[in-house]
Design a protein around this ligand. Structure first.
Ligand code: SAM
Ligand code: SF4
Length: 431
């Protein structure tokens, strides 16, 4: 989502007459987009701001965007006095005006209001990838998970109209994009604000029907709002990728309750059963937090058992990180850092073994890979399957800058010959 926010900011500013440069050295204004989901990400921001100052400080202006900007607000000016602009994502619509203020000589400009009903809906996104396009359909979050800063940094939920989403998809298809990734903190909480009133499953179905679109992905889904119609839609249309990222956070209902996640382990498992009962094999991935306050060894064991029960294809796992303003700060019984580290290692080792087994089951099958590039070092093309696995493969044809021969963006059938924990390898089927 942050990558796409940056694409939208760049496109908006370019349409205002600014030009984008390759390196911070060349820039007169450096805008730094930030994440504050965990403390580590936030620390990196201040470290990087200091580096910017040392390396390129003279005569440049600096702006901090994103969640750290929203969270720290004017305090950023105190910690990093060379910063001139601080703006959270709910204020990006006003960025051009803010830059006008900077150019007029104002040295401290802020955009920190969360009081908006608008989405940052710009026709000018500068997309980096010519084949896969991100589209934000819903911004903000109305949930209040006890550990999470997002409701404080991205504000309340705002959905775009289905018409504006579909128009953008159609335009992208005409421009040659074949893969669309629908984005939202809770993408499936989407609710069309226009009279049509579509829910997420309906929007997904319609996006999948747009001519020229061969793959539609969506992230991130919240289990509470995950309805069976989403699986029915995937089952009906092969253009909807058979991959669902459904963050569970913990396998223990007691921990889920303290996290204020709004579902139990059993309710989560019901959604997994829908996916397993689907006609197409759906790849399931998740997010896990270990060491949430009060997480006992028995709670953690339940998370490990959940991993085995669901048989995830991949997961993102994090040590619980205390975040400003969040309700979990008030909870007693913090898990010590080294214990969080121990649990994280055990969890990741278990998941690795699950992935080795699951990936090896695909050896001998034929998968369709969307080509993302070429790895000169290995002589392999880099592809991605509908289930979102990396599939590196050999082909008699190699990229040729002179003839322009390049498979990037093409869809190629590949026979899987080898499997590792994080990727597959294979050979193109040449007819
Ligand atoms: N909205 C999505 C959901 O509810 O599943 C997740 C969005 S959040 C930006 C991405 C992931 O960061 C979460 O799923 C969670 O695993 C992790 N995360 C969020 N806050 C965290 C915290 N305080 N400490 C550790 N991990 C955290
Ligand atoms: Fe954060 Fe929970 Fe909202 Fe996801 S649903 S963004 S974890 S508050």
């Amino acid at each position: 989502m942050n990558v796409h926010d940056s694409e939208k900011v760049v496109g908006t500013l370019v349409s205002e007459g600014y030009s984008q440069v390759e390196t911070p050295e060349e820039a007169a204004l450096v805008l730094y987009n930030t994440c504050s989901i965990r403390d580590k990400a936030e620390q990196k921001v201040f470290h990087r701001l200091q580096q910017f100052k040392k390396e390129h400080g003279k005569g440049k202006m600096f702006g901090v965007l994103g969640c750290v900007a929203q969270q720290e607000g004017e305090k950023i000016f105190e910690r990093a006095p060379h910063v001139n602009l601080v703006a959270g994502s709910a204020s990006y619509n006003k960025l051009p005006q803010m830059l006008v203020q900077l150019e007029a000589g104002n040295r401290r400009v802020t955009g920190l209001s969360l009081d908006t009903e608008d989405t940052f809906d710009t026709p000018f996104a500068r997309r980096d990838n010519p084949h896969r396009a991100y589209i934000t359909i819903i911004e903000g979050c109305d949930k209040s998970c006890a550990y999470c800063v997002v409701p404080f940094t991205r504000g309340p939920e705002r959905s775009r109209t289905s018409e504006s989403v579909l128009n953008e998809v159609r335009q992208l298809a005409q421009m040659g994009y074949t893969e669309i990734q629908l984005l939202g903190q809770n993408v499936n909480s989407y609710r069309d604000p226009s009279p049509a009133g579509w829910d997420f499953a309906r929007l997904l179905r319609e996006v999948g029907r747009v001519d020229g679109i061969r793959r539609v992905r969506f992230t991130t889904s919240h289990p509470r709002d995950f309805v069976k119609e989403i699986i029915d839609a995937i089952d009906e249309n092969p253009a909807l990728c058979n991959h669902v990222h459904l963050p569970v956070q913990s396998g223990s209902s007691a921990v889920l309750d303290r996290m204020q996640r709004l579902y139990t382990r059993d309710e989560y498992m019901r959604r997994i059963e829908w996916m397993k009962a689907a006609k197409r094999k759906i790849s399931i991935t998740t997010d896990i937090i270990v060491g949430f306050p009060g997480e006992t060894e028995a709670d953690f064991e339940q998370t490990l058992r959940l991993l085995e029960e669901v048989d995830y294809d991949s997961l993102f796992s994090f040590k619980y990180s205390r975040r400003p303003n969040t309700p979990a700060l008030a909870l007693d019984d913090q898990v010590p850092e080294d214990e969080k580290g121990r649990r994280l290692t055990i969890l990741q080792e278990l998941q690795r073994s699950i992935q080795v087994r699951r990936n090896s089951e695909l050896v001998g099958t034929v998968e369709e890979a969307m080509v993302e590039g070429y790895n000169k070092a290995t002589g392999q093309w880099i592809g991605r399957t509908s289930q979102n696995r990396t599939l590196n493969f050999t082909h008699a044809v190699h990229p040729n800058p002179e003839s322009g021969e390049d498979f990037a963006g093409k869809y190629i059938a590949v026979r899987v010959t080898r499997a590792g924990p994080n990727s597959l390898a294979g050979e193109a089927i040449v007819e």
